[in-house]
Design a protein around this ligand. Structure first.
Ligand code: PBG
Ligand code: ZN
Length: 325
């Protein structure tokens, strides 16, 4: 296969030929659209650092979920901002809490849309950490029991999938065991398995008002320097019963996505996070990049790295472009 016998350009001569040998495809079926749900009625408050994304009251979140489904996006992941925050984040297991009501409302109007609930405490605690604080340190095991209560309550509301995102040890087992105990063995667990302590979450924390009041998340989220540790984290979650494993963020961690894809045989998800979205939006709005093309190339890169599923704020925009292809 040496030049001149092999001329790679031969297979690039026409659109049809390029399509024939394309190795990686982005499909609407791979996309998950995140939605932020707030108290109230008729609320659609644009998030300043995430143009095009909104804090929606439940009624408007249902409309947005419906629109996503109509555009061909098969799943949404819901994040709730409760009326009242407290020290332990008790609204997470309130049967009439923001997420429980949102799940019921979305499933009622769009039953065929897969509804995922992000399961964590940082949006619900007054201190902004992902569980129970004891002497300023995030206490692992007391947070597990609360997580079990929360996911069972999401399951009772009709959720299809829960996504424990706190990076506490044993989070996945706590979800699986609590769900099974209450006969919710069919509720899927998508584990935020290799989630890094990343500055790319900045816009998200503005959106849900979840920035830690004191300290940061470095005692529970992963050190961005570590790749081998990602394998150990994913292996733990697989052992604990994860159905899908996730790497987060996506772009600065494409190597981790590839490694996880190669080492494990479960579906792999990647979270194209808020800061990654903000970078493209800002440059697009300034006219510095061709936003649509950069977006599609970026999403393709996450697929090429090995992700089966992409959680992305671009989901609806990308789905509309894919529908035209
Ligand atoms: C909650 C959670 C976060 C994100 C998803 N779930 C924020 C965090 O860990 O601080 C980030 C999503 C994004 O930035 O788009 N644990
Ligand atoms: Zn959290």
């Amino acid at each position: 296969m040496d030049f001149p016998n092999y001329r790679p350009r031969r297979m690039r001569r026409s659109v049809a030929m390029r399509r024939m040998v394309r190795e990686t495809r982005l499909d609407r079926d791979n996309l998950v659209y995140p939605l932020f749900v707030v108290p109230g009625q008729g609320v659609a408050q644009e998030i300043p650092s995430m143009p095009g994304q909104y804090n929606y009251s439940i009624d408007r979140a249902v409309d947005a979920a419906s629109a996503a489904f109509d555009a061909g996006v098969p799943a949404v992941i819901l994040f709730g901002i409760p009326e009242n925050k407290d020290a332990v984040g008790s609204d997470t297991w309130n049967s009439d809490g923001i997420i429980q009501r949102a799940i019921r409302a979305v499933k009622k109007v769009v039953p065929d849309l897969t509804v995922i609930a992000d399961a964590c405490f940082c949006e619900y605690t007054d201190h902004g950490h992902c569980g129970v604080l004891i002497d300023g340190y995030l206490d692992n095991d007391s947070s597990l029991e609360n997580l079990g209560r929360a996911v069972v309550s999401y399951a009772r509301a009709g959720v299809d999938m829960v996504a424990p995102s706190g990076m506490l040890d044993g989070f996945v087992a706590a979800c699986r065991e609590s769900l099974d105990e209450e006969n919710f063995e069919n509720v899927v667990v998508m584990a935020y398995s290799a989630k890094y302590a990343s500055a790319y979450y900045g816009p998200f924390r503005d959106a849900v008002d979840s920035a830690p009041q004191q300290g940061d998340r470095t005692t529970y989220q992963m050190d961005p320097s570590n790749a081998l540790e990602a394998i150990r984290e994913v292996r733990l979650d697989v052992t604990e019963g994860a159905d899908i494993v996730m790497v987060k963020p996506a772009l600065a961690y494409l190597d981790i996505i590839r490694t996880v894809r190669d080492e494990f045989d479960l579906p792999v998800a990647a979270y194209n996070v808020s800061g990654e979205y903000a970078l493209l939006k800002a440059a697009g709005q300034k006219g510095w990049i061709d936003y649509d093309r950069v977006m599609m190339e970026t999403l393709l890169s996450i697929r090429r790295a090995g992700a089966d599923i992409i959680l992305t704020y671009h989901a609806v925009e990308a789905a509309k472009i894919l529908a035209r292809r």
